[in-house]
Design a binder for this molecule. Structure first.
Ligand SMILES: NC(=O)C1=CN([C@@H]2O[C@H](COP(=O)(O)OP(=O)(O)OC[C@H]3O[C@@H](n4cnc5c(N)ncnc54)[C@H](OP(=O)(O)O)[C@@H]3O)[C@@H](O)[C@H]2O)C=CC1
Ligand SMILES: O=C(O)C1=N[C@H](C(=O)O)C[C@H](O)C1
Length: 251
């Protein structure tokens, strides 16, 4: 049985993942980490200050992290120092934070992706294919999320931009437009926040007289949670290193 701890255990993703872990015969939910201490599904939840001692006592195989970037910078480093495999879903890292984190946790297997849904992992490949063929089209990226989301643009949108840039060459990213904004050879990026939108991502390719639009829409956080669970079962079996869902899903 793979022993799992969840960082961000009281959060939207954390609670959903905890409920899926207890339903999975190959995984055992042994506790959590969050800002407040307490319990989730009868298991202890500790704060960052007590995480190292908690790991010594509980000896988890893997920590799943869905928090905020500043918290991951602390908690993932503690877990990696103790040899615990990592599944990281948190988004909103600066490029500097990302580089520092990945260097600090390179001694353990790490599955880190901005989106754990199978559909989005396929969607990124469709976007790559379209961008490789439509490099002379005007490209716009649009994402929408619930009113509580803290980071913008979404991690998934940042990955979309990276994929497009890899195919069409480096273009300036234009975040929203206001005033006199004649279009240049740029990629437009637009962020919508409201209500309980789970996560929508659209890429538009415009040319005179035609538009091609690719969209992914998540209707339930279960699509992310399920992917994180698959990654948690897989990560402790892998050699130390950085992986994405491509390796977990065998894409
Ligand atoms: N990769 C993917 O597939 C997905 C990624 N995400 C990402 O996951 C992250 C979390 O999303 P979501 O669950 O909606 O957010 P929530 O705000 O619901 O959950 C985050 C939890 O982390 C807690 N937290 C804050 N600081 C710390 C800390 N220092 N140590 C431990 N816990 C802490 C929060 O506490 P408090 O509320 O008290 O601040 C909260 O309970 C976001 O970055 C989001 O973008 C989300 C869905 C899918
Ligand atoms: O915060 C969210 O909710 C989500 N965050 C991830 C992101 O930033 O891309 C993934 C998903 O879109 C939901």
């Amino acid at each position: 049985m793979t022993k799992v701890i969840i960082c961000g255990a009281f959060g939207r993703m954390g609670t959903m993942i905890a409920n899926m872990v207890i339903e999975n015969p190959d995984l055992e939910f042994v506790g959590g980490v969050d800002i407040r201490e307490g319990t989730v599904l009868g298991k202890p939840v500790v704060s960052s200050e007590n995480l190292a001692a908690f790991i010594d006592q509980i000896r988890p195989d893997v920590m799943i992290d869905f928090t905020i970037a500043a918290a991951t910078m602390v908690n993932a480093k503690i877990a990696a120092k103790k040899g615990v495999a990592l599944v990281i879903g948190t988004t909103g890292f600066t490029p500097e934070q990302d580089a520092e984190l990945l260097d600090a946790i390179k001694n353990v297997p790490v599955v880190k992706t901005t989106n754990f849904s199978v559909g989005v992992n396929i969607f990124w490949e469709l976007v790559r294919d379209a961008a490789s063929r439509l490099g002379d089209y005007d490209i716009e990226v649009i994402e929408a999320h619930h009113r509580h989301k803290k980071d913008a643009p979404s991690g998934t949108a940042k990955t979309i931009l990276k994929v497009i840039q890899e195919e069409v060459g480096k273009r300036e990213e234009m975040y929203g437009r206001e005033g006199m904004t004649e279009r240049k050879n740029e990629i437009g990026v637009h962020v919508i926040r409201g209500g309980d939108v789970v996560g929508d991502h659209t890429v538009q390719f415009h040319q005179n007289y035609e538009t091609i639009e690719l969209s992914h829409r998540a209707y339930d956080r279960a699509v992310f949670a399920r992917g994180a669970i698959r990654a948690a079962a897989w990560a402790p079996t892998a050699a130390p290193g950085l992986y994405t869902m491509k390796e977990v899903l065998g894409l």
